[in-house]
Every structure is written in structure tokens, then in C-alpha cells.
Design a protein around this ligand. Structure first.
Ligand code: FAD
Ligand code: SIN
Length: 529
């Protein structure tokens, strides 16, 4: 028998949990998470949440900073609602028990990050995401209407071929792989993608292992519109150490006065942007990339030594301790850093209520393309987006729920056909590695038509091989993820090849300038169109 709920939420990060918490007032909610329920990008967030909380700050300034970072592609309406509704969502989070750093007088200690014209980022030391996730999970645990299914990986959306509106079938839920290896149906009147980003598409990333773009891949296969996948954000400062797996060195370090230096100690950001080390992220990542190519060095350095040990241990305890564990004392030596894939600015196209182009399917958080980020996300705007859109989507989804009859459809159980256990797991690990490496080398911070063409050719072969493997052998989580990173890689290459200009995070040597005539629109892809 299938599992049936009113709302099915795929993902337990800031966006999925924000949605689940509100939706529980309107019906039963299932939250599926691919691994342990706290694991995702949210729990790794360091810097904080951007929100207009200081009397000296203004909505207009936050809107303007977001639009400038977005390089002409932000949707103004999405920016307005996010910025204006942000403070209320943050206050609700505080009311749930989330604790953020405060001054002795009780007001929030606001930090600054690249592209922000003011101090407007609330934070919990340097582990903001952990605190957000903790508070949301605790609140969800108090709701009897919410059931968690950890270690349950959605494989594909289930569509109802009989109900279609404008040629699109309604989403009925998902097939999902349980830890036991069994595949079950989870059905709901409203399905919400909150599956986060896809950093694992690239060889070097700040993202944890779950970030394999499953939501975008599933939605695309189901015919949803996907947009702006060429705008993958590279964070400028990931710890460079052979044993440190993707550890982020927060932008807040530069916000507090950290200086970027070359091996010989020279600063260089002043040659690239008037805001120096606090320029928008795309500028800093490209500048580091250019300096590494010019000098042949393997990393640059973030120097915090002038700020003193007492301040560093108090303000950045987690980063300090992690560096220390790798024998880097950030109070007395600069931290070696390199850029790494960090954030998916594009995604599944939604309106301002999280609705996608597939009836019954919503998308919130990093998986969604709401129009907020345009061609480049402003730092610390994404936890904010998860809170705002998680909340907004509930309004629309609960209205939709009220107008829908309880479904009678019983989609067929998963058909494993003649699939057998794989005898060649090396195919999975080899292809996984090849995709991530080719994306890093050919579709990274700096692109060319020729590199994109090379990537496209190789991906075509790899996708064919993966398709064949997927149908011949029993589904495992590794295979699900491999199939999805191949799909997402293909979407990034496709979007990047269509944009014949440089804008925001998409920089190509063949068209090094922005072309407002050609380029000031989203790159939208859909399988069905
Ligand atoms: P996530 O938190 O990534 O959650 C995704 C969920 O989906 C997980 O529960 C996962 O298990 C589940 N899932 C995925 N696939 C499946 C599947 N097939 N089936 C079932 N479940 C699935 N942003 C800021 O605003 N401020 C910051 O300071 C900040 N710092 C960051 C630091 C790091 C190191 C990283 C990686 C990101 C940072 N970001 C920051 C970005 C921000 O953390 C993310 O964009 C945001 O948390 C995404 O939230 P989400 O709810 O959309 O997804
Ligand atoms: C950071 O702390 O540098 C990450 C902030 C973000 O990605 O928004």
C-alpha cells in the first residue's frame, strides 16, 4: 500500500522544514530526507541570514544590493517580497528559539559580507545553519501532523497521465528508495521539492554529499521548467588542505576585515574591484582564479592575523577550531583558500508562491528559481529565501489542497522489470568522478564555447551509459545520484551554451562582456517544450 499524506515535502533543510511547520496546520505532512534528517546545505551554513533589522538599514538598500549582485536578471517582485517579508520570518525563527549573537544591550550583532552596503547579517557565531536547523527540527517535532522519513531517497515524481492541465500531468507524489532497498510510493495532494543544491556536480564544492541536484533532475524529467542553470556560484574561499573535505571559510571573515593575499603577501583584490575583498562573490572568485592561473600557485591566502586571537576564537570558534585541527593557526598564519562550487542560483522555475509549471508540484529553497538571485546570489540571501518562500508556498498550497478532492488514483507500484544486482559498481564510481572532473575543468569559473562543446560531447556518452546501467541493474542511492548529477550537468552545459555573453556568474572568454540586448532574460529549459 502506498503512503498517503496531504503534503509531501522532499527535503529537511531550512526551506522544507519552514514549509512543513506551517503546512502542518492544514493537513498531514511527510518529510523525506535522503540521509539523516539534519544533513543538507542548511546545517553547514556559516555566515548568517541577511535581513533588514538595523534602524540605520533600509529595505531599499537591501533590494538594491540584491539587484546589483544579480547583474540585471533578478525579478524585482521576488526581491521585494523576500527583502520585505524577511524580518518577520527571522523574528518567527527567534520566537521558535533560534539564538543569534547579540550585543550586551540585546540588539542583534550584525555582520557584513560581500556585496552588502550595510551590516545586516544575523548569525549564530559561525554555525548559523546548525542553529537554524536545530530550532526548526525542534519545532517540527512538536507537531503531531509531521512524520519524518529519514534515509528515504526520492527517485522520480509520479505523474497522473489522466489529469492534465495545459498538456501537463498532475504530480501525485514520488517513488522513493528506503534504506532497506525497497522502493515505495509516497502520495500526496501537494508535493514540494526542497531538495537543495547540486554542488556535487563539481569536483570541488563546499556542499555536503546529499547535494546532487535530485530535485532539479526529477522536475526536469517530469516536464517542469528549469532556468538559469549556467549561474553556478563559486565561493571564493574554501579551505585548501588535502585532508579537509570541502570546508568553507566564511565570507564573514572578510566582512570582519580579512585580507586576501598572494603567497608573497601582496594583496590583489584592489586591482579587480572598488570594494576590494568585499566585492560580490563572482568578482572575487574570478579574481582568485585569474591570480592562480597567472602565478601558477595552488591557492591564495586569507589573512586574519591582525584581528587577534581573542576576537577570532570568540567570533569564529568553529572555523578557528577546524583550521587548528589541520595545523593552521589562523591567529598567527594566513589560511590557504581556493574557490569551490557553492550555490545553485538557477533551478526549478516557480512563481512567487513556489508553484512550478507542473500541477501539484511546488519548489522552495535552493532547488527553486524564484527570480531572487538573478545571475548571482547576494551572500546570506538564501537562508532568507528558504524562510520566506517556505512560508509563502504554504498559503498557495493549502488553498490548492482545500479545492482538491481526496485522490482515488492508485499509481502502479515500482516496476523493477528484469533488473538484477549490479556486478560492475566501478561504472558508477568512474562516471561519477568523470562528470565532476569535466564540469570543473570545462564548465567552471571561466568558460569557452570549445570547452562547453567538449563537456557536452562527453556528457552525451556518459548519460547514455548511465541510462543503460539504470535500467539494467537494481536501483541504489549511488545510481540515483549519478543519474541526477549527469542530468544537472547537462542542464548547466545547455544553459551555458545558450548564453552568448558574460553576466554575473557566467563568464566566457568568447563573449567577455554583457550584452543587454541579447542577455537580459532568463535561460529557460523544459523537456516538454
Ligand atoms: P538543504 O538544506 O540543502 O536541504 C536539502 C534536503 O533535501 C536535505 O534534507 C536532503 O536530504 C534532501 N534531499 C535531497 N535529495 C533528496 C532526495 N532525492 N530524496 C529525499 N530527500 C532529498 N546561505 C546563507 O544564506 N547564509 C550562509 O551563511 C550560508 N552559508 C553556507 C555555507 C555552506 C558551507 C553551504 C554549503 C551553503 C551555505 N549557504 C548559506 C547556502 C544555504 O545554506 C543553502 O542554500 C540553504 O541552506 C538551502 O536550504 P534548502 O532547504 O533549500 O536545502
Ligand atoms: C559564507 O558564510 O561565506 C556563506 C554565505 C552564503 O553562502 O550566503
Amino acid at each position: 500500500m502506498p503512503h498517503r499524506f496531504d503534503f509531501l515535502v522532499l527535503g529537511g533543510g531550512v526551506a522544507g522544514l519552514s514549509f512543513a511547520l506551517q503546512a502542518a496546520r492544514h493537513g498531514t505532512v511527510a518529510v523525506l530526507t535522503k540521509r539523516a534528517r539534519g544533513e543538507g546545505n542548511t546545517v553547514h551554513a556559516q555566515g548568517g541570514i541577511a535581513s533588514v533589522l538595523a534602524p540605520s538599514d533600509s529595505f531599499d538598500a537591501h533590494i538594491e544590493d540584491t539587484l546589483v549582485a544579480g547583474a540585471g536578471l533578478c525579478h524585482r517582485d521576488a526581491v521585494e517580497v523576500t527583502v520585505r517579508e524577511g524580518p518577520d520570518r527571522v523574528k518567527e525563527l527567534v520566537a521558535l528559539g533560534a539564538e543569534f549573537n547579540r550585543h550586551t544591550g540585546g540588539e542583534f550583532d550584525l555582520t557584513r559580507e560581500g556585496g552588502h552596503s550595510a551590516r545586516r547579517i544575523i548569525h549564530s557565531g559561525d554555525i548559523t545553519g546548525r542553529e537554524v536547523e536545530r530550532a526548526l527540527l525542534a519545532a517540527c517535532d512538536e507537531q503531531p501532523n509531521i512524520t519524518f522519513f529519514p534515509h528515504t531517497a526520492a527517485i522520480d515524481l509520479i505523474l497522473d497521465p489522466r489529469s492534465s492541465s495545459h498538456g501537463r500531468s498532475r504530480c501525485l507524489g514520488v517513488y522513493a528508495l528506503l534504506e532497506s532497498g525497497v522502493i515505495e510510493r509516497f502520495l500526496a495532494r501537494v508535493t514540494v521539492l526542497a531538495t537543495g543544491g547540486a554542488g556535487k556536480v563539481y569536483l570541488y564544492t563546499t556542499n555536503p554529499d546529499v547535494a546532487t541536484g535530485d530535485g532539479v533532475a526529477m522536475a526536469y524529467r517530469a516536464g517542469a521548467q528549469v532556468a538559469n542553470m549556467e549561474f553556478y556560484q563559486f565561493h571564493p574561499t574554501c579551505l585548501y588542505h588535502p585532508e579537509a573535505k570541502s570546508f568553507l571559510i566564511s565570507e564573514a571573515l572578510r566582512g570582519e576585515g580579512g585580507k586576501l593575499r598572494l603567497k608573497g603577501g601582496q594583496t590583489f583584490m584592489e586591482r579587480y574591484h572598488a570594494m576590494g575583498a568585499l566585492a560580490p562573490r563572482d568578482v572575487v572568485a574570478r579574481a582568485i582564479d585569474a591570480e592562480l592561473k597567472r602565478t601558477g600557485d595552488e591557492c591564495v591566502y586569507l589573512d586574519m592575523t591582525h584581528l587577534g586571537r581573542a576576537f577570532l576564537t570568540e567570533r569564529f570558534p568553529n572555523i578557528y577550531a577546524t583550521c587548528k585541527a589541520f595545523n593552521i593557526d589562523m591567529a598567527s598564519q594566513p589560511i590557504p583558500v581556493v574557490p569551490a562550487a557553492h550555490y545553485q542560483c538557477g533551478g526549478v522555475v516557480t512563481d512567487l508562491t513556489g508553484r512550478t509549471s507542473v500541477p501539484g508540484l511546488y519548489a522552495v529553497g535552493e532547488v527553486a528559481s524564484t527570480g531572487l538571485h538573478g545571475a548571482n546570489r547576494l551572500a546570506s540571501n538564501s537562508l532568507l529565501e528558504g524562510l520566506v518562500f517556505g512560508h509563502r508556498a504554504v498559503r498557495a498550497a493549502s488553498e490548492e489542497l482545500a479545492s482538491l478532492p481526496h485522490p482515488k488514483e492508485e499509481p502502479p507500484p515500482w516496476d523493477a522489470g528484469s533488473a538484477v544486482d549490479s556486478d560492475e559498481s566501478v561504472v558508477v564510481s568512474h562516471n561519477w568522478d568523470e562528470i565532476r572532473r569535466l564540469m570543473w575543468n570545462y564548465v567552471g569559473i571561466v568558460r569557452t564555447d570549445k570547452r562547453l562543446m567538449r563537456a557536452r560531447r562527453r556528457l552525451e556518452l556518459l548519460r547514455e551509459e548511465i541510462r543503460d546501467y539504470y535500467w539494467r541493474f537494481k536501483v541504489t542511492r549511488d545510481v540515483i545520484e549519478l543519474r541526477n548529477i549527469a542530468e544537472v550537468a547537462h542542464l548547466i552545459v545547455d544553459c551555458a551554451s545558450r548564453r552568448k555573453e558574460s553576466r554575473g556568474l557566467h563568464f566566457t572568454l568568447d563573449y567577455p562582456h554583457s550584452d543587454d540586448h541579447l542577455g537580459q532574460r532568463d535561460t529557460v529549459l523544459s523537456r516538454g517544450l
